[in-house]
Design a protein around this ligand. Structure first.
Ligand SMILES: [Zn+2]
Length: 77
């Protein structure tokens, strides 16, 4: 199983759909075992959805990455 650090490092790409299939499977497996990472994933995903839904333009990759980082900094223990 991959570590929480690895999960957090890959989370942004995973949410943007950029993670490779092999990594996606490992991240999903980690999510099913690790509640801490699941909560982080869930908060980041919801925040990203609110931002992308309320914006009438495409959220740039850099912006969504900084959002992911900000949310992760808040939810991280
Ligand atoms: Zn974890």
């Amino acid at each position: 199983m991959i570590s929480c650090e690895r999960f957090m490092a890959e989370l942004g790409e995973y949410l943007e759909g950029d993670a490779a299939a092999g990594i996606r499977r490992q991240l999903e497996e980690h999510l099913s075992h690790c509640r801490t990472c699941w909560v982080t994933y869930d908060s980041v995903r919801k925040t990203l959805r609110i931002v992308t839904d309320s914006a009438c333009f495409d959220v740039s990759e850099a912006l969504s990455e900084s959002i992911v980082e900000r949310v992760m900094a808040r939810v991280r223990p």
